[in-house]
Every structure is written in structure tokens, then in C-alpha cells.
Design a protein around this ligand. Structure first.
Ligand SMILES: *Cc1c(COP(=O)(O)O)cnc(C)c1O
Ligand code: SF4
Length: 373
């Protein structure tokens, strides 16, 4: 894995950061091999998925396993997490680094694409491995591993040396696989940098391993004088389990501001009812819908992609159907490293002081309107 992406593979897992996912099946009993999946009846006996398992990591936590209905061949949870032979199909437009992270990586673990914020990728492992993952060539136990202590020092020194960095976004991998003690140490180091005001985490842990969100974890994610945002990744309303809701509650009570992040996925959430229930579920849990991502061109994910016009129709339908609180921004990460673009259908057309504005039912209205007589 990582071949051709210009980064060196490293097997070493340093003592400073030991993600629980690396500690294997001792903790929580996640399913990590084809044999595990077969024993759990999530794949048929003798399914020929060795080539998929060789390329891409597998991870299904107990919390996720309970959400999968093995009897349903179109199960939206299975589709997100159970490997499939379709992952061996690649299309010409797919790429190892679909959103162009490498073009903006000044040093290991940092992606600095926009002036005021950086990504800090401390770990490259996750508690689960999503079959559509945009970083699937980089994440996983056989992937790039975790930053060494020296690399982490260098990344923090980079942030400290760039006064324009207002926000640090911890992503990966999933930063919440780190122990609260290690996250706390990392958070204190970031909090010591005067110009960093916001620390944002992107994670699936509150949904897929909610038991990790305890008092100690919440304390580790916050620091006095700084504001912590956490973007919860969830794609289907079934993910709002009682345990996940409790985890969201602990985070909110601890002063963390919650945002959502979802990927629009064929066969998972590509209909207006599911999307509406997903967005309402976020809002009911005090999570403000933030981004709905158009699926990235990661290798072996064509079965998840739909075209932008279809996505635009779905997002426009949401506008008329559910509260403004529930509206996400539909975004595309432009291949090549050009950043995110809002790809919702334009509702304003024209220029030079004369516009046509489209309402949620498709009606068109001149703005400014004709003079009232
Ligand atoms: C997505 C992304 C961000 C965050 O973008 P926001 O629009 O602020 O959520 C920052 N840096 C990189 C490199 C990204 O890919
Ligand atoms: S949790 Fe995020 S980084 Fe990890 S596999 Fe899923 S999409 Fe990829």
C-alpha cells in the first residue's frame, strides 16, 4: 500500500502514539480478517476476497457489527464496511491520492492547502475501514503507520512557526484511536501555540466505537482558551444508536461543538428519505450538518459513485423538505489538490444587477422583482 504515492512505508509504531486499533482484537473484538467476517456470517463461506483483503484493510467494530443485517443483500451498513469484489474494479479517472493531499504536504503528517488551517494526520489507522474511503491507499495497519515522535515534533514546530495557522484539523486515519492520555498531551502542545485558536477533530469513533467517548476522552479533547470542534462522520440514520447518542451527549456536555460530515454513497444514502432522516438525526443530536461530500475518485469505489447532477437533485429536494438547520453543504474535493468547491445547483443566475433566483420547487423569480404598480 502507498506504492506510487511518493511516501515511504513504515512498519515501526513508535511508543509515543499507540492507537488502540493497532493493539488488535484484544480490545473490543473488532473483525479484521476474512476469517473473522466468515465466522460472523458477513461474507459467504469460501468467498473469494483475498485480493481485496490484500489491498485494503478490514475493520468492523462490535458496535458496527450489530448494525449489519447479514440477511439483507442490500444492507446499507454492510455496503459501507464489508469488503466486496467490486473493489477490484478500477476506472481510468480513479487515483491513489484522489484529493491531491501530497501536492500540499510540506512535511510528513501535515497538509497545508489553505492559508489559515492545516490537517495534522498523526495516525493512519481507523477502528473501522470504510470501503469507499478517500484515503484508502494510505490508511490501515499495512499503510503508512503513525507519525514517529520526531515527525510529530516537526509537525508541531511547523504549526508553531506559521502564525497564519488559526485552526488545526486532526484527521488521519481517525485521531480518536489514540488514548486519552496521548490525545491530551497532543492537545496541550497545540494549546501552547498562541495563534492556534481552533482545534477540529474529524472522526467516526462516536458512532463506531462509542464506548471510547468517556469523561477522560472528552477532557483530552478540550483545552482552556481554545475552541474544539468535532466533525462526526456518519452516513446512514441507523448509525444513531443509543450508545452513539450518549457519546454525542458527553461531547456536547464537555463543551465540544459538533458538526457532521457524510459521504453521498450509491446504495447507502442516495435517496431523499434516507438523507432527510440522516440530517434530522444529526440536528436532533445537536450536531450541525456541515458537509455532504461527493464521493472521491479513490481506487475501486466506482460502485459507490453517482453523478453530480443526481447529487444536486437530492440536495435541492432536501431544501424544500426539511428545516434549514438540516441543510448540509454539498462539496467536491477537486481532484489534483485544488480544494473543496460547493457543488450544490446554482440557485442564482445572471449578473449586472439583474438575477434570476430559483426556489426549492424549481420556480424562477427575477431579482430585483418588477416594480409594484
Ligand atoms: C477539507 C480540508 C480542510 C478543511 O476544509 P474546511 O472547508 O475548512 O472544512 C483543510 N485542509 C485540507 C487540506 C482539506 O482537504
Ligand atoms: S474512518 Fe475515515 S479515514 Fe478511516 S477508513 Fe473511514 S473514511 Fe477512511
Amino acid at each position: 500500500m502507498g506504492a506510487g504515492c511518493g511516501m515511504s512505508a513504515r512498519a515501526e509504531i513508535p511508543l509515543t502514539l499507540t492507537p488502540s486499533a493497532e493493539r488488535g482484537r484484544v480490545r473490543g473484538g473488532a473483525l479484521k480478517t476474512l476469517a473473522d467476517l466468515e465466522a460472523a456470517h458477513l461474507i459467504p463461506a469460501g468467498a473469494d476476497l483475498a485480493a481485496v483483503a490484500e489491498k485494503y484493510a478490514i475493520g468492523i467494530t462490535p458496535a458496527v457489527q450489530t448494525l449489519i443485517d447479514p440477511a439483507d443483500p442490500a444492507d446499507p451498513m454492510a455496503r459501507q464496511f464489508v469488503p466486496s469484489a467490486q473493489e477490484l474494479v478500477t476506472t481510468p479517472e480513479e487515483r491513489v491520492d484522489p484529493i491531491g493531499d501530497l501536492a500540499h504536504s510540506p512535511l510528513e503528517g501535515i497538509v497545508h492547502r489553505y492559508p489559515d488551517r492545516v490537517l495534522l494526520k498523526a495516525v493512519h489507522v481507523c477502528p473501522v475501514y470504510c470501503r469507499f474511503c478517500f484515503r484508502r491507499e494510505m490508511v490501515g495497519p499495512q499503510g503508512l503507520g503513525t507519525l514517529t515522535a520526531a515527525e510529530l515534533d516537526a509537525a508541531i514546530a511547523y504549526i508553531a512557526a506559521h502564525a497564519e495557522i488559526w485552526e488545526v484539523i486532526l484527521t488521519g486515519g481517525d485521531p480518536l484511536v489514540l488514548s486519552p492520555r496521548r490525545l491530551d498531551a497532543l492537545m496541550r502542545r497545540l494549546a501552547a501555540i498562541e495563534h492556534v485558536k481552533i482545534v477540529r477533530f474529524h472522526t467516526r469513533v462516536p458512532v463506531v466505537e462509542p464506548e471510547r467517548i468517556d469523561r477522560e476522552m472528552v477532557a483530552a479533547l478540550t483545552a482552556s482558551g481554545k475552541t474544539t470542534y468535532l466533525a462526526v462522520h456518519a452516513n446512514h440514520p441507523r448509525e444513531f444508536t443509543p450508545a452513539a447518542k450518549a457519546a454525542f451527549g458527553h461531547l456536547v456536555a464537555g463543551g465540544v461543538v459538533l458538526l457532521s460530515q457524510s459521504v453521498l454513497l450509491r446504495g447507502v444514502n442516495d435517496d431523499v428519505e434516507t438523507l432527510a432522516a440522516l440530517m434530522r438525526g444529526f440536528v436532533e443530536n445537536r450536531i450541525k450538518p456541515y458537509y455532504l461530500h461527493h464521493p472521491d475518485l479513490a481506487p475501486g469505489t466506482s460502485h459507490f459513485r453517482l453523478d453530480i447532477e443526481e447529487g444536486q437533485r437530492l440536495v435541492a429536494a432536501l431544501r424544500g423538505r426539511i428545516s434549514g438547520l438540516c441543510q448540509p453543504t454539498y462539496v467536491l474535493d477537486i481532484p489534483g489538490g485544488y480544494g473543496k468547491a460547493d457543488i450544490g445547483a446554482a440557485s442564482v443566475i445572471g449578473g449586472e444587477g439583474c438575477f434570476t433566483v430559483r426556489d426549492w420547487q424549481g420556480g424562477e423569480h427575477a431579482y430585483p422583482p418588477p416594480a409594484e404598480s
